[in-house]
Write a protein that binds this ligand. Structure first.
Ligand code: SF4
Length: 569
């Protein structure tokens, strides 16, 4: 790409907002872009962040709230800044879905927290797993969920215990820093980084450098909205990169060697949008600098006036990739990035289930807990089983799974049998393998319906209904379940995506159900190009009819596959 001041010119044009000759100039409505409109806050969230950095709440938690208890917490800290340290109030038990609009926050939430433990790249040692397990059993009523962003979430946490929980986590190199909030969230990384036989490039050093330089850094602790990062060097593109704000995908450049293809501006929820390639090649040595530059664009130019337009995807939609790249190079990097090739299409799903040989001859084994649900007790036993093989390493995945690394060949059979006893399935069936579900009404204040238990039960029934259909089933088929219109479980990216809502049944009663999305896919695996699922107008299914509905869809899909039609057709 040739150097040119076009990027700066277009930025200036955007900033000055020219009007037709002869007409009085009318100021454009400020969008809260710091570099254009200044830093005056335009809504309560921005006021809250401007008044005090979210990172500063830690001192108050340690010195005031943990000593005086829940009722002493300032509401702006409770419903705002606590997120900067991975803490959300959880839904009060027994509040039905769809009846929350008139409730005050204190009526909707109880006095306990969800605590999100950040695990950049999903990398865990057995010592770290034991510490999380101990916190779960001692302080979180034995709860633990693997999330679809490689975190582990605990529930029922009392603020009085939080300083001790942090002490234990930090003693083994874990933390909850910026696990939630308008900040750089956990960095997704290939769960098989450094060990996979067919890896293009090991992203571990880049992930570690970004985490070291920028997580908890006040220069990046007030972003317009959450900011998601994903980095992989695996050919199966195993980090759902298209729905992240910033992503690096391993590629081999014909002249420059191995490095990364840069994607920006992906995100789901309101106005879902897949990220786009900037067409650049990023060498590993400058990848953290490029992360800093892209994130600085978001901080400085991101829209802050309306919260539902504040993700990077809205800025990219307005600028386009050419202008984005130019501003990145001209204003932030100060040099041009070389053009780069796109990555090849993946040949396989990137969930890493089952037994796979590593490049050193040992094995990694991907395990499926049902929709990510485990417990502290199970995590402790898993650490025992991994150590009994001589290994000490595990990785969480973006598919609510856990992988045991470095298992010697002569331990594989015993290990796979033993983990099955814990409900961690190395060889799940088609639906169990792909099913993911968000937190749902059990703990989430925004939820309308139950997700985890509903999906676990539905998966059992669906697999039994499909038992006579083996051999005719598709190679992969994803089932994602959300408890509300947000998209924590990525429903628009699934073959079958279910969005929780109340529906009216044949008897005229309001019951838990789902709006159906069909035909989403990421990484272009099997179904051609990546694309978002489509809402099937008017197609809703009651929660108790889910197994029958999915059976019908899968059998119909099998027939279409035989006729060479895609799932979305
Ligand atoms: Fe909560 Fe909705 Fe996200 Fe599920 S999708 S965790 S119900 S906000």
């Amino acid at each position: 790409m040739v150097a040119s001041p076009r990027g700066l010119v277009s930025t200036l044009a955007y900033m000055t907002q020219t009007t037709a000759p002869g007409r009085p100039k009318r100021a454009a409505k400020p969008q809260g872009q710091w570099k254009i409109d200044g830093k005056a806050p335009l809504n309560h969230n921005e006021e809250l962040k401007a008044a005090d950095d979210g990172l500063n709440v830690r001192e108050r938690i340690e010195q005031i709230y943990a000593l005086k208890g829940f009722d002493s917490i300032d509401p702006d800290d409770l419903h705002g800044r606590f997120r900067w340290w991975g803490l959300y109030t959880q839904r009060a038990q027994g509040i039905p879905g769809g009846k929350t609009a008139t409730l005050e926050p204190h009526e909707l939430e109880d006095k306990y927290f969800m605590l999100r433990v950040r695990i950049d790249g999903g990398a865990l040692s057995t010592d770290q797993l034991r510490v999380i397990a101990g916190i779960s059993t001692e302080f979180a009523r034995d709860t633990a969920d693997f999330t679809d962003r490689q975190n582990i979430q605990l529930h029922w946490v009392d603020v009085v215990d939080v300083p001790e929980i942090w002490r234990r986590l930090e003693a083994v190199g874990l933390n909850t820093t910026e696990a939630c909030g308008d900040v750089p969230r956990v960095i997704l990384g290939s769960p098989v980084a450094g060990i996979a036989k067919n890896e293009i490039i090991d992203p571990t050093p880049v992930i570690q450098e970004i985490a070291r330089r920028y997580v908890g850094n006040p220069d990046f602790s007030n972003l317009p909205r959450k900011y998601k990062t994903a980095i992989t060097g695996h050919p199966n593109q195993d980090v759902v990169h298209e729905i992240n704000d910033f992503a690096l995908i391993g590629v081999e450049h014909p002249e420059l060697g191995v490095g990364y293809d840069l994607w920006v501006g992906g995100g789901l929820s309101a106005n879902p949008r897949l990220g786009e390639r900037l067409g650049t090649f990023v060498r590993a040595e400058i990848a953290a600098d490029v992360w800093e530059a892209v994130t600085s664009i978001f901080r400085d130019y991101g829209y802050r006036r309306l919260r539902n337009r504040a993700r990077l995807k809205f800025l990219l939609a307005d600028w386009g990739t050419e202008k984005f790249r130019q501003i990145l190079q001209d204003e932030y990097l100060g040099f041009e990035l070389p053009d780069g090739p796109p990555a090849h299409k993946p040949q396989d799903a990137g969930d890493h289930c089952g037994v796979h040989e590593q490049k050193d001859g040992r094995f990694f084994i991907g395990l499926t807990p049902p929709v990510g649900r485990v417990s502290g007790t199970i995590l402790n036993k898993l650490a025992d089983l991994v150590e009994a093989t001589g290994s000490t390493r595990l990785r969480t995945t973006p598919h609510q799974k856990i992988i045991a690394l470095d298992i010697p060949a002569d331990h594989v059979d015993a290990f796979t049998s033993a983990v099955q006893e814990l409900g961690l399935d190395p060889f799940p069936g088609l639906i169990k393998r792909s099913a993911i579900a968000c937190t749902g009404i059990e703990f989430c204040k925004l939820a309308i319906v139950d997700t985890k238990d509903t999906t676990i039960e539905a998966v059992k029934q669906i697999e039994s209904r499909l038992a006579d259909h083996k051999g005719k089933l598709p190679k992969a088929l994803s089932l994602h379940v959300n408890g509300c219109p947000n998209s924590c479980a990525r429903i628009q990216t699934a073959d079958i995506g279910l969005k929780g809502q109340l529906i009216t049944n044949a008897q005229g009663e309001q019951v838990s159900g789902f709006q159906v999305h069909l035909g989403g896919t990421l990484a272009g695996f099997e179904n051609g190009e990546a694309g978002l699922g489509r809402t099937v107008r008017g197609l809703k299914v009651a929660a108790d009819e889910l197994p029958e509905y999915v059976e019908r869809v899968v059998k119909s899909y099998s027939r279409k596959s035989e006729e060479n039609e895609s799932f979305a057709a």
